[in-house]
Design a protein around this ligand. Structure first.
Ligand code: AHG
Ligand code: MN
Ligand code: MN
Length: 344
């Protein structure tokens, strides 16, 4: 005799393609003109194009494609330049993205002159570039803002606090390629299946643990940190808070990889300011803000130790910021040390 499970009230969406997921999001908003949907699917397409290039990165060297031109007579560019060109080219096609700001370009680039191109994109096309040649995970980070003023986009239009982001995401080119995205409510992860050429929903509704035991910081900067950071590291290393609080440390050196691990396992990632990087190293608009949005949507937090990342009013396109991302418990302790409430 066969027995039947009662039908679940909410069937698992595991295995859904990213394209279907994006379209379903549009269907939930009757009246939507499809421009936002179109922009998200363009970003998904860029991820496929970039992952295919990243997966051939080692071969390109072996086959001697690193000179000025390849055998087709095309100029061979560095991967971060190629990723940047891919994003700019694809985003300029469908007329939904008015302009983009990229880590690779000094100023903004106008992409669509149409008056109803009402979105702005910010991105770090290739994050962790120093890890490319040693075969360690790299990534792409992006955010979408709305263009609030008529006429051609200006740099000023991009200087919005992170809480104004409409969507944020990243792609990690790791042991597999994953696309992680939020529109502010939930965070979902899609794993790329190269045999079908699609991103499939593999991590539905990612929630960061309230507490985790991994911390990530580049300790070679220790002598240049302010005392609050040193006190925090001393505390986290010695686990003075009693049992269950023994931490271990990891540092990949690719924000996308360190943040991805932190999102899934909990704990904390930080790149504080120091005497050399006076306002931090990571960029507010296209590194810190997208991750801050993702961490908050997943139930975590993102701060400078003193203030919420998403509340910072940017003043420059490429401004840097002290960035700490993580589980609520670890961020609360971090904030206490940085602000001097705790010294232990
Ligand atoms: P990018 O490759 O986009 O310039 O970013 C590199 C960043 C970030 O990914 C990482 O967290 C950090 O640099 C690592 O810095 P250190 O080499 O100082 O550890
Ligand atoms: Mn980067
Ligand atoms: Mn980069």
């Amino acid at each position: 005799m066969e027995s039947y499970e009662p039908a679940s009230t909410r069937p698992s969406r595991s295995g859904l393609t990213l394209e279907t997921f994006i379209l379903e999001g549009m269907l939930e908003h009757p009246g939507a003109r499809g421009r936002f949907t179109s922009l998200l699917s363009q970003l998904a397409l860029c991820s496929k194009l970039i992952t295919s290039r990243v997966r051939r990165a080692g071969l390109a060297d072996v086959l001697g494609y690193t000179g000025k031109t390849n055998i087709q007579g095309e100029e061979v560019q560095k991967l971060d330049e190629e990723a940047n060109n891919t994003l700019m080219r694809v985003l300029s096609r469908r007329g939904s993205c008015a302009a983009a700001a990229s880590e690779e370009e000094e100023t903004i680039r106008l992409l669509s002159p149409e008056p109803d191109a009402d979105y702005l994109c910010v991105f770090d096309p290739l994050d962790g570039s120093s890890n490319i040649d040693v075969n360690i995970s790299i990534g792409t980070i992006f955010g979408i803002l709305s263009k609030k003023h008529p006429g051609p986009a200006t740099e000023q239009d991009f200087l919005q606090p992170g809480r104004e982001l409409l969507a944020a995401g990243y792609v990690i080119y790791g042991s597999s390629t994953m696309f992680v995205i939020t529109t502010g409510k939930d965070v979902h992860g899609f794993t790329y299946d190269p045999t079908v050429g699609e991103f499939l929903l593999s991590h539905e509704n990612i929630r960061i643990p309230e507490h985790g035991t991994i911390y990530a910081i580049n300790e070679s900067n220790r002598e240049r940190w302010e005392p609050g950071i040193r006190n925090w590291v001393d505390w986290i290393r010695t686990g003075k808070d009693g049992p269950g609080r023994s931490y271990t440390q990891r540092w990949v050196g690719t924000l996308v990889a360190d943040a991805h691990r932190t999102l899934l396992r909990g704990g904390l990632f930080t790149y504080p300011d120091d005497e050399r990087n006076k306002t931090g190293k990571l960029r507010l608009l296209y590194e810190a803000n997208p991750f801050a949005m993702i961490f908050e949507a997943a139930g975590g937090a993102a701060t400078t130790g003193r203030e919420r990342i998403l509340d910072i009013q940017p003043t420059e396109l490429h401004q840097r910021v002290h960035l700490a991302l993580g589980s609520k418990e670890e961020i609360a302790a971090y904030d206490d040390f940085v602000s001097g409430k705790r010294e232990d």
